[in-house]
Design a protein. Structure first.
Length: 62
């Protein structure tokens, strides 16, 4: 499993997405893991839920 800092994730978001499609990526803040980014297919396999475009968060909800 790969890891990167939150700063790296912010500045290299495209690379984070590309990496996460191949394997889960841990994002760390101040040296501590805070989130794991993984491919939609892996999320669906783990949770048994299907992700659809209607699951998007609007800017008003953020």
């Amino acid at each position: 499993m790969k890891a990167m800092s939150a700063r790296e994730a912010k500045h290299h978001f495209g690379q984070l997405i590309d990496d996460a499609r191949a394997e889960a990526v841990v994002v760390e803040k101040h040296g501590r893991p805070v989130v794991v980014v993984l491919a939609v297919e892996e999320y669906e396999r783990l949770t048994g839920r299907t992700v659809s475009p209607s699951n998007k968060i609007s800017k008003d909800e953020q």
